[in-house]
Design a binder for this molecule. Structure first.
Ligand code: AMP
Length: 420
């Protein structure tokens, strides 16, 4: 019979590599938890209109990459391609913004789905940890998020990443720039799809990676020269606060990103060891998104960091995460009676908070000791009929190789003391 495989563009996280993903998620979450962000979880799918309106009809994410479907009940849904629109939808639905304490700061962690052409670092199912600060226009919030992402990456030992920073202007100055850019683009020799994109969202043409397009973009009007005074002042303050925190960034006036909802601050974290899929994370301010999805004006800022690519970046830098073995004690029982007694001891150890495992499957001493080695446990506890008759077990320190009998009744306390 044919066997099944993970669908194209997806992969399974399996031990021992899967612990790295947990560690990365944890490392990104830790500075957020420490900075007033509350955990939020939203459904894996939403009304397709939320993404169409929120992320933008003209984006690749919505127009080409969304897993959209109709349910048996006739609802038009889509697997979530990103987190921000869902989080804002949930915050509005729960009226979090009316409870008096803006900004609402939230963080999340989960799976996202995009029907992309799979390649190294680009999958159809991937994982992000994200943060959103909803309902305040304050450059310190933009700075906070950039600083926290930097802290997260550094805590993992990542070094060769760069932070690219730009401002996309606001509803005052962007339309003026948009018009100037559109008029410049209309004089270029572009393919039909790009012409259409230039009509819907001309800024995204600047992001086109193709050489022949980039060549024609030389001399294009730059948003920097069109920013209104308020946007300029805002951006300068973000830059000053990030700089004061000792976080280094590069100004990148071409950075626009693939989602329509961004205003003012936009940033991306890129890693130079990843080839073409170099963005490990990105985000920015989205002051108009709430209104786009039917809410009140709620200026907000956020980011999402890609877990898969962060793991790849760690590998590219040769960073070995210091992940302790998950098992501290491995128990090997020789004979039926010993099996019953040691299984009880393993339960007792676990209830006392000591990570313990047991040699299952009725293996002999040799096979069981192999399991003990593989588990990475610091101690092995071995007991046979004769040990039990004497009321002891043999406690072997796997680091030093030393072995000594310990009274059965003292086992838990002894192990706890020696692990401490
Ligand atoms: P975006 O929502 O496109 O700004 O993506 C934020 C981050 O999620 C990126 O910087 C990547 O690290 C990650 N990411 C986005 N799309 C994919 C994908 N198809 N496969 C793996 N990671 C992705």
């Amino acid at each position: 019979m044919a066997t099944f495989q993970a669908p194209k563009g997806t992969y399974d996280l399996i031990p021992p590599v899967s612990v790295k993903y947990l560690a990365v998620r944890e490392a990104i979450a830790a500075p957020l938890r420490n900075s007033g962000y509350g955990y939020i979880e939203t459904p894996g799918f939403e009304d397709v209109g939320l993404f169409a309106r929120g992320v933008g009809e003209s984006t690749d994410i919505v127009s080409k990459e969304m897993y959209a479907f109709e349910t048996k009940g006739g609802d038009q849904l889509a697997l979530r391609p990103e987190g921000t629109a869902s989080v804002l939808r949930a915050a509005l639905e729960a009226s979090l913004h009316k409870k008096g304490n803006l900004p609402v700061k939230l963080w999340y962690s989960g799976s996202y789905y995009r029907y992309e052409k799979p390649q190294a670092g680009r999958y159809r199912h991937f994982s992000q940890v994200g943060a959103e600060a909803i309902g305040a226009e304050d450059p310190a919030l933009d700075a906070e998020l950039i600083i926290l992402a930097d802290q997260a990456y550094r805590s993992l030992g990542l070094r060769n990443f760069r932070i690219l920073l730009n401002s996309l202007g606001d509803k005052e100055c962007r339309p003026v720039y948009r018009e100037a850019l559109q008029s410049f683009l209309s004089g270029l020799d572009l393919d039909e799809e790009t012409v259409r994109r230039a009509e819907i969202n001309p800024l995204r043409v600047l992001d086109d990676k193709r050489r022949d397009v980039q060549k024609q973009l030389v001399g294009a009007p730059m948003l920097r020269d069109y920013l209104c005074d308020a946007c300029k002042a805002y951006h300068e303050e973000v830059r000053a606060l990030v700089t004061a925190a000792g976080v280094v960034f590069e100004d990148d006036e071409k950075l626009v990103r693939g989602l329509d909802y961004y205003t003012r601050t936009t940033f991306e974290f890129v890693h130079d060891g990843l080839g073409s899929q170099s963005a490990v994370g990105g985000g920015g301010r989205y002051d108009g998104l709430s209104e786009m999805i039917g809410g009140p004006a709620l200026p907000s800022v956020g980011w999402a960091l890609g877990v898969d690519r962060t793991v790849l970046a760690l590998e590219a830098e040769g960073v070995d995460l210091d992940i302790p073995a998950s098992t501290s004690v491995f128990a090997v029982a020789l004979g039926e009676e010993a099996r019953r007694v040691l299984f009880g001891k393993v339960t007792e150890l676990r209830r006392a908070g000591v990570a313990a495992d047991f040699s299952y499957g009725g293996k002999g001493l040799k096979g069981s000791m192999k399991d003990a080695n593989r588990s990475g446990a610091r101690f092995t506890v071995v007991a046979g009929e004769r040990d039990l008759a004497e009321g002891v077990v043999q406690l072997k320190d796997m680091e030093s190789g030393e072995q000594a009998p310990v009274a059965l009744a003292d086992l838990v306390a002894t192990v706890q003391a020696r692990l401490a």
